[in-house]
Each structure stands twice: as C-alpha cells, then as structure tokens.
Design a protein around this ligand. Structure first.
Ligand SMILES: [Zn+2]
Length: 408
C-alpha cells in the first residue's frame, strides 16, 4: 500500500502533468496556482493556520507552544522547471506537512515538551525558470532581496512577478506572525553520490561556489544570401565557438568543475538575417570559489580571442559570483545523530544545486537533508526516488523537527 506521502506526491504530480510523466509548474501560472490551492487545502484540513506573504510565500502554522513566538520552519517549493520531475521541491513541502502533523500528534501525547511552533513553507519561484533570479521568495524572506525588486521581476513575455502572483490570487498581505529561529529542508539529491555510495541520508554541510556569466555577442545584421562570407559578422557563429570552447576548457582543466551553457537568445532570430546579437548564459560551479572565478576569467580571455577574428565583440551582461557557504553545524550533527538512531546510513556532503535553505541560511541557521535520486537525474520527467527512500527522509525529518521544537 502506498504511503500517505506517496499518495500526496501522486496528487500533486497531476497538477501541471506533462505527457512524458513529468511536471511543468512555472511560477505564477495556473498550474502553480492549482498546486498552491491544493496545498492550502491540505494545510487547512490539518487545522493549521494559513498565511500568504507579499511575495506569495505560503506558510502553514502549527501552534505547539502558544506562549512562544518562536518557530522552526520546514519546507521547499512547489514550482518546477519546464521539464520538471515529480519530486524536486514538492517532496520537501509535503514531507514537511506530514512531519509537522506527526510532531503535533507527539506533542499532544507528551504535553509540555514543545517549546516552540512549527511552520511549513512553500517558497515562491525557487527554480528561477520563468523569473530570474531563482530563490526569489526565500531571498525576500531572508532580507537578501527587496520586495519591490522581486515583485518587479519580468518574465520573457514582459509580465511582472507581482502581476502573475495577483492573477492566481497568491500575492498575499500577511507576514509570518512568528519569529523564525531555524529552517530545515528535505530534498532529493538531484545528483548521483548517495546512490553510488549506497547511502540513505545525505547531511548537507554547505554548497559549491558558482559563477554565472551572461555574455552578449555583438555582430551585425546582414542578408543570409547575397552578403559575402568574409563580410559577415555572425554573432551566433561566435557564440557557438565560445560554447564549445567553454566545454573544452572545463575538460582540459581537470578541476572537477561542473559547467554548462544552457540558455541562449538570438536576435533578430529570422532565417534570413545573420544573427547580430546573441546572449548566452554560461555557468561554472566548483567546491572552491577561487577555482570557479579563475575558470571564468580564463574562459573570458579565450572567448574574446576566439571570436575577435569573426568581427564579433563580447559584452559582459551579468557576472554573478556566489561563494561557498556553510549550513548550520548543529542541524547537521543532529541529522547525523537522528539517522544513526533510526538505523539509517548517512554521509556529509555539499550541495552543487542551489536551494532555498542556502538563501534562508543568511537569516537563521538552516539545514538541508538529501535522499537519493535514481541515476542522479533531475530537472527531467524521469526523475525518480523510490517510496521507501522517500519515507526514510520523512522519518529523519520528523525526528529532527521534534528535537528542534523540544530542545532548550
Ligand atoms: Zn528544488
């Protein structure tokens, strides 16, 4: 029989389901709205309080200690990539909901033990697929991004995030009425390490560094027919050269860095005009910030030299450098101890992907717990984690939350 968690995951996988078995729930779309309505119903059916803040973050509040203003937060996100899987984000929200339900039942059975309250959160636009940058709701909540700037983020069609949230009825007004003290997030790993090592629980101690370079290649528009080849200044050809160079440089470096060029816009994007302006988003990720920065520098120098003979110039539109960060050591130690108590194997690891926990860690001690991803596959409709592994993560999360609400 399927676990309650798996049944809930099935229900949410139908909202924004794609024909290939994945989900597409971009922020502020009717699909995102549908998932939010469903989550609100799940929150209210458990007699938790529901709040939606001005950037659309949803909070389900379980009052365990009425005299305390303190809360431990748990959650993740319901939005997805266009080629999203059924677990990324939604697992952490639904497991958070069920973990809180279990802690509430235990607190009722052991009165007087709970010293603070619990909140399940759905953070707006974690993925950054429709609106950039990612981690929007959690960054606003952490005080790292101004609310107005976040509401004013524009998608590819010129729609602002604030308008999109209002359109689905989730541009709220209620700030969280409690003092957040800690955050815990449960997530699928999205990489292969836990599966390769045969480990059940990943205790995330920090994150890799990333450098994101958005480069604009400036050429010149001309007719794709009569213009002599030597006369053309083709920005797309230059971008292609730089993209391949980027991969070669990473391979040759032997640094273990991860890198990709995953987004491109071409202007005027007409079959009969040589591309005059092409923008490409490149990224470099490495365990050490200095390596990510140095790889970016080397790439810029080589790319400029490689495209100059094509009569194309490179402009740096964005150069975003994220350093490494350490998550809460107390939460990591607690997670390791809980896994041992529950007879589950665990290992410490770093996250290569961005997560809301990393943004929230700027405001309060934050923890991140992983369960294995089959084949390390994510942002893909075939993303899969089996039910037993999902339930193990839930069991660890539940016990960690119990410890955090009852400890001194
Ligand atoms: Zn995620």
């Amino acid at each position: 029989m399927a676990s309650t968690l798996n049944r809930l995951l099935e229900t949410f996988a139908r909202i924004g389901a794609t024909p290939d078995g994945g989900v597409c729930r971009l922020t502020g779309t009717p699909e995102d709205g549908g998932a939010r309505v469903r989550l609100a119903a799940e929150i209210l059916s458990r007699q938790f309080g529901l709040h939606v803040d001005p950037i659309g973050n949803m909070f389900g509040i379980a009052t365990l200690a009425p005299s305390s203003q303190e809360a431990v937060l748990v959650g993740s996100h319901l939005d997805s990539q266009p080629t999203g899987g059924r677990y990324d984000g939604v697992y952490g929200v639904l497991a958070g909901l069920l973990a809180i339900e279990a802690v509430v039942a235990r607190a009722a059975a052991e009165p007087g033990k709970a010293r603070r309250n619990l909140v399940v959160a759905n953070w707006t636009n974690e993925e950054g697929a429709r609106f950039q940058p990612s981690l929007t709701g959690s960054s606003v909540f952490a005080g790292m991004m101004a609310l107005d700037a976040a509401l004013g983020l524009i998608d590819g069609a010129g729609v602002a995030l604030g308008e999109a949230l209002a359109a689905i009825g989730y541009r709220g007004t209620a700030d969280l009425p409690l003092e957040p003290r800690r955050y815990v997030e449960l997530h699928v790993e999205q990489g292969p390490l836990l599966e390769e090592e045969g480990i059940e629980i990943g205790v995330v101690t920090g994150c890799w560094a990333a450098r994101k370079l958005s480069l604009v290649f400036h050429g010149e528009p001309s007719h794709t027919g009569p213009t002599r080849m030597a006369r053309r200044r083709d920005a797309l050809r230059a971008a292609a050269r730089a993209i391949e160079l980027h991969h070669q440089l990473i391979e040759a470096s032997g640094s273990g860095a991860h890198a990709s060029a995953a987004r491109i816009t071409v202007d005027p994007n007409s079959p009969n005009v040589t591309p005059s302006r092409v923008q490409v988003w490149f990224e470099f990720r490495h365990e050490e910030a200095a390596v990510a920065v140095a790889l970016g520098d080397a790439f810029l120098a080589e790319a400029q030299a490689a495209v100059a003979p094509l009569g194309v110039d490179i402009e740096i539109a964005v150069d975003e450098q994220r350093g490494t960060a350490s998550l809460d050591p107390h939460g990591a130690a607690l997670t390791t101890a809980v896994a041992r108590e529950l007879d589950l194997s665990s290992m410490e690891m770093k996250t290569i992907a961005g997560h809301d926990a990393l943004a929230l860690n700027k405001r309060m001690p934050a923890s991140l717990i992983f369960v294995p991803s089959q084949g390390g596959l994510s942002h893909n409709p075939a993303e899969f984690t089996d039910e037993a592994a999902l339930d193990k993560g839930l069991a660890v999360l539940t016990e960690v939350l119990w410890q955090l609400v009852t400890e001194e």
